[in-house]
Design a protein. Structure first.
Length: 259
């Protein structure tokens, strides 16, 4: 079996694949400073919950935007599973073109998104990934990842607002009853929720105008499901797109489907 690990700045998401079939997936908070033993204690309970022993794991693929944790996961994989993981970088044969400059600046998660959308759906495409940052990954009609947009994430922006405005109490992020808030809390909730919708819909409109084609639009990331029904730009929610992309990269690079 294959473990795909997507290490983000806020959350680390892992998935267990048997061949092309997703068997289980887990999400945990990313801790920037952990030892190999501590990281193993993240893996082990999830594997136990899925009824999987370490001896059943044949391969691991890692996409990481936290370099220190990349090394820790590499250590865990080598010591606990007995093999080295595949670390996703632009130097691998991804099966797509990468036209960003410099190529090594492209995050592993964004590369995985581009691979997955090209193989699962079609190109041209826009992938909107709602995590610590809200990113827009653009794949042209030839299947080349040509770049995109990086904007503050929903939680990132709202937490900064609460931190800097002493009289604004923190509110949960959920759809408000109306756009116009009658209280400070409802006004905040509307600003965060509808402001996010407006930014994403507006950015997609601008990207499409530059592409001059009608792309497929895919929404992914931890917060995408909260907003999916209210986007004006209609698209498909694929919450595990990045993990699927990591699996596809491993399959292409290693040359086999791990069962």
């Amino acid at each position: 079996m294959l473990i795909a690990v997507d290490i983000g700045n806020t959350h680390t998401v892992m998935a267990l694949f048997e061949g092309e079939n997703l068997k289980a997936h887990w999400r945990t908070a990313t801790a920037a400073e952990v030892t190999g033993d501590e990281m193993w204690m993240v893996f082990r309970p999830f594997m136990d919950d899925a009824g999987i022993s370490s001896g059943e794991i044949d391969a691991m693929v890692v996409g990481s935007v936290v370099p220190a944790l990349t090394e820790v996961v590499h250590e865990v994989c080598s010591q606990r599973f007995g093999f080295d993981p595949l670390i996703v970088t632009c130097d691998l044969d991804l099966g797509i073109g990468v036209a960003v400059e410099p190529p090594e600046a492209a995050g592993a998660d964004r590369l995985a998104n581009a691979v997955a959308v090209s193989r699962k759906y079609r190109s041209p495409a826009i992938v909107v990934d709602m995590g610590t940052a809200t990113t827009f990954d653009v794949i042209d009609a030839a299947g080349t990842y040509i770049g995109g947009v990086i904007a503050p994430g929903v939680l990132t922006g709202s937490e900064e607002l609460f931190k800097r405005a002493a009289r604004l109490a923190k509110v949960d992020i959920r759809p408000p009853e109306s756009v116009i808030g009658s209280t400070t809390q409802s006004s905040l909730r509307s600003g965060i929720y509808h402001g996010t919708l407006a930014m994403i819909d507006g950015m997609i409109t601008r990207i499409i105008a530059e592409m001059d084609v009608e792309p497929v639009i895919i929404f992914t990331g931890g917060l995408a499901s909260l907003f999916e029904n209210d986007f004006e730009q209609r698209g498909t929610l694929d919450a595990l797109l990045t993990l699927e992309g990591l699996r596809m990269i491993h399959e292409r690079v290693v040359g086999q489907v791990v069962r």
